[in-house]
Design a protein around this ligand. Sequence first.
Ligand SMILES: *Cc1c(COP(=O)(O)O)cnc(C)c1O
Length: 355
Amino acid sequence: MKHNFGAGPGILPQYALEEASKGVLNFNGSGLSILEISHRSADFEAVLKKAIDLVKELLHVPDGYSILFLQGGASMQFGMVPFNLLEEGHTASYLDTGVWSSKALKEAKIFGNVEVVASGKAVNYTTIPTDYTVSPNADYFHITSNNTIYGTQLSAFPKSPVPLVADMSSDIFSRVFNIEDFGLIYAGAQKNMGPAGATLVIVKDEILGKVNRKIPSMLNYQALIEGGSMYNTPPVFAIYVCMLTLEWLKNLGGVPEIEIRNKDKADLLYKEIDRNPLFKGTANAADRSKMNVCFVMEDPTMESAFLALAKNKGLVGLKGHRSVGGFRASIYNALPISSVEILVETMQEFEKSHD
Ligand SMILES: *Cc1c(COP(=O)(O)O)cnc(C)c1O
């Protein structure tokens, strides 16, 4: 038995894996694989509709917002957001909380001016800056809700005088939030809602159509909305697995229930990191992520021995990102608390054996 702490593509619910396997062989009793049916078939249209309806239901998305399943990952959105929302000569505001924010704002500079309202770079992104103001003249304000690499997370979302845009790739569906506070959110599926290959975008319709430039259809939210996420062939299988994962989430009680479970998992692990004299957390305590838990050893020369013990226990994906080092335990929605308990026991066993 493996316990998958990988940062992404990350763990998926067993339910989704089993149903998806069946669908690969014989989808809905059709005698055909989900991999070989038309995206215009009634069978797939029902999958896409159900995936969109589940997003709407689980996140309470009101009328006036459109839900898209696209390709290109979150990285494509780094460019699509300014392409569609940032008028030439205007300014977009960005909160720089890590590698992903930096990549996002780099793309925005292609289209207009970028104002970085605050950056955590000087402290290696261990802390999320809170002391900043957003200009009411900006076209939008971009944040990264959870910083997958540094293990920090915005515990509350800022009030913004302009449309708030969020990269929620690594914490979407992990906690309750009010979608009406946002103009646009996007998320690559492969951290917390499905496999690689699909990207979720939820956009408030009224913020679109305000820039003058021409935008190629495949990068144009309005064209993609008009096409109902089927301007071209969508990522059929990835959307199917997202639908199954969201179905699983709904059946266990939805976002409020998974938020409780995620908090329990995170509390358990941080408690051990803080208690165990061999380990220490890297993120500022107030900004700790409930999705990616980053920690190191007081004595870094012991890290490979701990990783080896963890591997023996079936704990995989714990090595920290190359830019941070140490360990990163990604404890996404689908990871059961029993896996975190085994990680904690392994840390305690390691401590005892090094007395
Ligand atoms: C993984 C990740 C990305 C990059 O996602 P791709 O789908 O590979 O483009 C962007 N932002 C965040 C917060 C991520 O965790």
